[in-house]
Every structure is written in structure tokens, then in C-alpha cells.
Ligand binder design. Sequence first.
Ligand SMILES: Nc1ncnc2c1ncn2[C@@H]1O[C@H](COP(=O)(O)OP(=O)(O)OP(=O)(O)O)[C@@H](O)[C@H]1O
Ligand SMILES: [Mg+2]
Length: 280
Amino acid sequence: MTPVADGVVAEVERPAAAAAAVASHRTEPLLAVEEVSVAFGGLRAVDRLSFEVDPGTIVGLIGPNGAGKSTALKIIGGEVRPTSGRVRFDGTDLVGTAPHEAARRGLVRTFQLGGEFGRLTVMENLLVAVPGMKGQSLLGALAGKRFWRASQDAEVRRARDILSGLQLRDKEDAYASDLSGGQRKLVEIARALMARPKMLLLDEPMAGVNRSLARRIEETLSSLRAEGIALLLVEHELGSVERLCERVVVMASGSKIAEGDMSEVRSRDDVLSAYLGRRR
Ligand SMILES: Nc1ncnc2c1ncn2[C@@H]1O[C@H](COP(=O)(O)OP(=O)(O)OP(=O)(O)O)[C@@H](O)[C@H]1O
Ligand SMILES: [Mg+2]
């Protein structure tokens, strides 16, 4: 266990503190990242990073290229094990937990629809994303539409509902590889929703997407929050971050350098120079 400087761990662990939090009706954070670090060779990609996400809120994780944002998401989602620190999600410790186990507990990271998944239809992509579903293997998916239609009615209906919400209902039988980049991003979100998440981890969901689809993705994210799903959003498109996020965490060179609402952090000199310093 790592030493923590600011007593975050103690606050979570001490029953008296927990009782006090309940007594004051303070919401427990859904996600608590506590002093998390990881190094690649000599490079401290993430350096004692701490922040929290409350249920049903959107937190932005921003910073210049190479700041450590994607690595932080991978630590939280269980793909990269931190050398120190803790990740607590919904009351349990996540460090050392595999991504599929984190997903089972309600924390889901979106994945790019690459490789084999391009050869599946949109519907098949959604159905293979259901955790623990019979026939979850790619082979099962490749058995074809009839197999799904016959045996997975409830999940098919749910997949259709999700696709309708994203205005993708007419793409159900399209191959993922035939979709535009923006549509693929929406399918990635749709796949994550099939797992019934409490929280989604999104890495640049608007990157390379045209403006109208980016707006649709924004609306989607905002309606997910309205449904009570929390989001951690890594995104370079700061206009979207400002419209969506009640709070942002700014990283540079692996560390958190600022936290607050977007209008607060964007006027700070250290935030501006972290961005400008990398864009030279
Ligand atoms: N698997 C790895 N092995 C070695 N170095 C890595 C690895 N993953 C990331 N890094 C390095 O760690 C640092 C942080 O990378 P990361 O991808 O987390 O940044 P980022 O904030 O997501 O950047 P971007 O905005 O460009 O996506 C970078 O210097 C990167 O080169
Ligand atoms: Mg990244």
C-alpha cells in the first residue's frame, strides 16, 4: 500500500468518516483515483494523480499531447497496472482487476472498432459486447443474424433501442467497416452501453469526427448523464469539454496541474503555458 499525503485513503476507509459523510448527505464519489503513478522506463507517464468523479456527472480529463491522459484511463479501466496508488469504484478497489471484471462492476471503457469487429455488422458488434452473454465469442457472432434473431430477442430489442437513441437504427445490418469515422464512434459508445455501465471512460470520442456528428456525440453524452451514467471524458475539443463537463482535471507531464470548471482552469497561466509549451 502506498503512503498517501492528503488522507484521502483514510477518509474512505475510516467508518467514522463514512458515517459523517452519510450524516451530511455528501454523495460518495463513484470513482476515486488516489495518488496513482506509473512509469514506462524512466518516464513517469502518470505521477501521483488523484481526482474523483461523482455519480451522474461528467468530468473532463484534458492536457497537451503526451500528458498521460490515455494512460490514466487505462489504469482506471484495468489495462495498465499502476506502480502505486489506488482506484476505487463504487465502493470497491479496482487495482489489479481485469478490464472485463471492471466492466462487470459497471465501469466500461470504449474500444475502437478495429480488426475483426469491422467484419461484423453493427448489431453483431452490440450483441458480442454484452458481458457473459451466451455465444459471446466471435464465432457465435459470425454464426449470423438468424442465430441472434432466434435466440437473443431481449438483447436485440435493447440494442435496437440504443441504436435508435443514437440515430443509428438504419445501420443495424451495415458492416462496421463500412461506416464513417463518426458513425463508428457512435457504435463504440453503443457497444459500451450494452454492458449497462454506471460509468463510461471515453478517450477522444470526437476526434476526427465532422461537426454535425460531433454535436450528436455531445448530445448523446449529455443524455447519458441525464440517465444517471457518469462519464470521464478525455477530449482535445475544448468547446465540447466546456459544454459538457461540470468539472475538468488538467494534466501535464503526468501530473494534475489544475482542477475546476472549464472557465476557471482555462484562464490559469500554468494551464495556458502547459498547452503552449507543447505546441511550439
Ligand atoms: N506503453 C507505453 N510504453 C512506453 N511509453 C508509453 C506507453 N504508453 C504511453 N507512453 C508514454 O507516456 C506518455 C503519456 O502518454 P499518453 O498516451 O497517456 O498521453 P496522452 O495525454 O493520452 O496524449 P495524447 O493527447 O497525444 O493522446 C507519453 O510520453 C507516451 O509516449
Ligand atoms: Mg491519448
